[in-house]
Design a protein around this ligand. Sequence first.
Ligand SMILES: [Zn+2]
Length: 102
Amino acid sequence: MKIFNWILKRLGTIIGGSILGIGMIFFGIVLLFIPVIGWLFGIIFIFMGIMMPIMAGIMGPATAGRCPRCNHRIVFKPMEKGTTCFTCHRRVLNTMNGFELA
Ligand SMILES: [Zn+2]
């Protein structure tokens, strides 16, 4: 089940984003004790903390794998549909079925 694996991968990022988000919210609350500058940055941190799991869920994880042509290690950034292999300079697409040459 490819779609199930895809959701599971994303779930990990959402949980990771939530942990990071909770940390940022706590940091934001601490900042609120500092007048004026703390209030400004505290609110920004709390807002970013709330947004973090949502952003992580939308963006998804960075995936690493091997180039289908030359077997060299390639990394896809989050949201990146395709990348160019550094070794053989071929365009590689990150599809739900795995890595495919463009
Ligand atoms: Zn390659």
